[in-house]
Design a protein around this ligand. Structure first.
Ligand SMILES: C[S@@+](CC[C@H](N)C(=O)[O-])C[C@H]1O[C@@H](n2cnc3c(N)ncnc32)[C@H](O)[C@@H]1O
Length: 318
């Protein structure tokens, strides 16, 4: 079995609380008129125009029509919806939806017959996302409070799982990937932007909590990421690097790091991670297009769990 060794000696609960605290502050900063800038170690800085991790992820055409606050609240390291085709009527789930930018972009693409869920554990982020949903005036969106290690949706209820710079923050990535697999319908796709490690990350960097909550220290090694996806049941696994950055470029103050930090230079990268939940053998002979349309239509709305107490906003409930 593949080992996620990213957490070292830090307790999972400590990681979760520190991450929650960091992103609560980021959300409050955006709501107060600043920007979040947390998917680099330079959290809540006033100026991130040159940040190689977070800057220039969305082009003007994509951002057009979105609430400015949603764009400002973007804390990702990629642009998952630009990397995957989404179709009318599909159900999409965004793991760690933050201020909601990728949820709102997906909602446009799946149209009124589709639906998009965002899951996030941080109340302040959920409040920000709700504000942005109201500003955007979209109905086919709901934000759910929850941890991506325990997704508050039923099995086989989603066509596409997206995420943007979140899985690296989780203490147990294998569990997150198994949960993503569980909620996807057979034939469903996993399409995630994340920070990855393209080579060994030194222990001093791994154990630095500032680097962890800034999306760097928890980055999975590429081979481990692929192996954990396969162990979760996924097929067609691929990892495509989209950007590389040095430790200093990623916003860490290297004077505060243990002396081995420089071995991390050139190994941190943003990547797009793809995988598919295989179809059962009996349907695998059908063509991809036919089967995706029929699976999506057959299940639209039918698989959503009713009565969750943690749904933020209106619209269909899971
Ligand atoms: C770096 S931000 C990215 C937000 C958003 N995806 C974007 O691109 O703007 C990370 C987000 O993931 C959420 N998050 C981190 N770990 C989580 C977990 N284990 N379960 C649920 N949400 C989590 C945080 O609250 C925060 O909103």
């Amino acid at each position: 079995m593949s080992q996620d060794t990213t957490t070292g000696t830090v307790a999972p609960e400590t990681i979760t609380e520190r991450v929650r605290d960091r992103y609560a502050r980021a959300a409050l900063s955006v709501r107060a008129g600043g920007d979040g800038a947390c998917c680099s170690a330079d959290c809540c800085s006033a100026d991130r125009a040159d940040d190689p991790v977070t800057s220039n992820l969305y082009d003007a055409a994509q951002a057009e029509g979105l609430p400015e606050e949603a764009v400002l609240a973007s804390l990702g390291c990629g642009n998952p919806t630009a990397m995957i085709d989404l179709r009318e009527g599909q159900v999409v789930l965004d793991l760690g939806s933050g201020g909601g930018i990728d949820v709102l972009l997906s909602a446009r693409r799946v149209g009124p017959t589709g639906f998009v869920y965002g899951v996030d554990m941080t109340d302040e982020m959920l409040a920000l996302a709700l504000d942005n949903k109201a500003r955007a005036g979209v109905a086919n969106v709901a934000f759910l409070k929850g941890r991506i290690e325990e997704i508050p949706l039923p099995a086989n209820s989603v066509d596409v799982v997206i995420s943007n710079c979140v899985i690296n923050l989780a203490a147990d990535k294998g569990l997150v990937l198994r949960e993503a697999y569980r909620v996807l319908r057979p034939g469903g796709r996993f399409a995630v932007s994340d920070v990855v490690a393209d080579g060994p990350i030194p222990a001093g960097l791994r154990s630095n909590m500032e680097a962890w909550v800034g999306c760097l220290a928890g980055a999975l090694d590429i081979d481990t990421y692929k192996a954990l996806l396969v162990e979760a049941g996924f097929a067609d696994v691929s990892v495509e690097i989209t950007r590389r950055y040095t430790v200093a470029e990623a916003g860490l103050d290297t004077s505060t790091l243990l002396a081995d930090w420089w071995d991390g230079d050139g190994k941190l990268a943003s990547a797009f991670v793809r995988a598919t939940k295989p179809l059962p053998a009996s349907t695998a002979a059908m063509t991809t297009d036919t089967r995706e349309v029929s699976v999506s239509k057959a299940n639209t709305g039918g698989g959503r769990r009713r009565g969750s107490e943690n749904v933020y906003g209106t619209g269909p409930r899971p």
